[in-house]
Ligand binder design. Structure first.
Ligand SMILES: Nc1ncnc2c1ncn2[C@@H]1O[C@H](COP(=O)(O)OP(=O)(O)O)[C@@H](O)[C@H]1O
Ligand SMILES: [Mg+2]
Length: 358
């Protein structure tokens, strides 16, 4: 059997560079070496593309750069290849499929997906539209609202409004949401730039912090409750996993609680009534379709403490694959190993119809 050549792209310019390196390490380890020729491609924090030929472990530890050479994916659809710099010349390496194991901006937001569409190289995961929409919390909410999916109340503004009409916006937050509230950059991930504000002083600080990361800032009412996640797999025909719970070892699931605090735990399956599980599974399928997602996504929820209401939080188009990540674990619970999951994602990438009719 001829092996498929799979390029696994990791790192990237976003604030989630390190998380991507952890995800890529696990993805590469899970891939079946009998079926795939694996080519890791690292993107440095400054956006330099490098083909990597060192030990997989070095990707996670951040020591990969010395074992790499300059490379790039050509947007030329007649080539469908990776270009590797050898002796001052580009050597063409044909690629069958790409796994963009990138999180956050310039990776999970439709940009790399756009490059791969141009190059006509199949890739794992969502296309340009779903990636872009789901990276932007304001737009995700607009789509979810149109699909009548329940969410926390929110208001948003752009940086200009914040400069000129900060007081007015803060009053709007107080009137519509009250305290405590969550302040977030519209485009970001891994909780970067997110704060919980308990009064006006904290709100003002939180707005400036969030505005540092993105042009748009979104503020949500704080939901007191539990955090649950659900995995979706498929293109037109989808499979929805069971539900897992996040027990954050902090006031909320911030960056540190996500990746550095060993006390943060995941519980699979979540200890919650069957009706709530079904509500989450059906919302997960609904938002997956509403955002035109493909391949995979992890859909996150809050279950409100007193009311038991299920509220949609976000859809992650390239969920984490770190050793503590929920997405692969939700499938393992259904008897799908990480290796089988990767086979499935690659098959879905090869089968995906991007909708473009030349
Ligand atoms: N409206 C909210 N109410 C309560 N907690 C929230 C709310 N929004 C965010 N959080 C907390 O902040 C974390 C990160 O927010 P989230 O919107 O998921 O951003 P990210 O895309 O960075 O994961 C959540 O996992 C949760 O712990
Ligand atoms: Mg989140």
């Amino acid at each position: 059997m001829q092996k498929l050549t799979v390029a696994v792209i990791f790192g990237g310019q976003s604030s989630e560079h390190e998380v991507s390196c952890m995800s890529a390490t696990n993805i590469i380890s899970a891939l079946d070496y009998d079926k795939y020729e694996i080519i890791p491609v690292g993107i440095t924090k400054t956006g330099n593309w490098r083909i990597y030929h060192g030990p997989t472990e070095y990707i996670k530890t951040g020591n990969w750069l010395p074992f790499s050479a300059e490379a790039a994916i050509s947007p030329d659809a007649s080539k469908k290849c990776l270009l590797k710099m050898v002796g001052g010349k580009y050597k063409e390496i044909p690629i069958d499929v790409v796994i963009p194991a990138l999180h956050g901006a310039w990776g999970e937001d439709g940009t790399i997906q756009g490059l791969l569409e141009l190059a006509q190289i199949p890739y794992v995961g969502c296309g340009v539209l779903a990636s872009a929409v789901c990276m932007d919390k304001v737009y995700t909410k607009l789509i979810a609202k149109a699909a009548k999916i329940p969410m926390a109340k929110y208001v948003w503004c752009d940086g200009r409004t914040l400069d000129k009409e900060k007081e007015k916006f803060m009053k709007q937050v107080e009137r519509k949401l009250g305290y405590p509230c969550f302040v977030k950059p519209s485009n970001a991930g891994s909780s970067v730039g997110i704060s919980k504000a308990k009064n006006r002083e904290e709100l003002e600080k939180a707005l400036y912090l969030a505005a540092h990361y993105d042009r748009k800032v979104i503020v949500e009412e704080a939901i007191e409750g539990r955090e649950m996640e659900c995995a979706v797999l498929g293109n037109e025909d989808i499979r929805v996993s069971g539900v897992g719970e996040i027990l954050a070892a902090a006031e909320f699931y911030d960056y540190d609680a996500k990746y550095n605090n060993a006390d943060s735990r995941t519980v699979i399956p979540a200890d919650i009534d069957a009706e709530s599980v079904e509500t989450m599974r059906s919302i997960a399928a609904k938002i997956y379709r509403a955002t035109d997602a493909a391949g995979l996504a992890r859909v996150d929820f809050f279950v409100e403490k007193d009311s038991g209401r299920v509220l949609f939080n976000e859809l992650n188009t390239m969920p984490g694959f770190t050793s503590i990540s929920m997405y692969p674990m939700l499938w393992e619970e259904k008897g799908v190993t990480k290796t089988e999951l990767m086979d499935c994602l690659i098959a879905l990438a090869l089968a995906r119809d991007n909708g473009i009719r030349a």
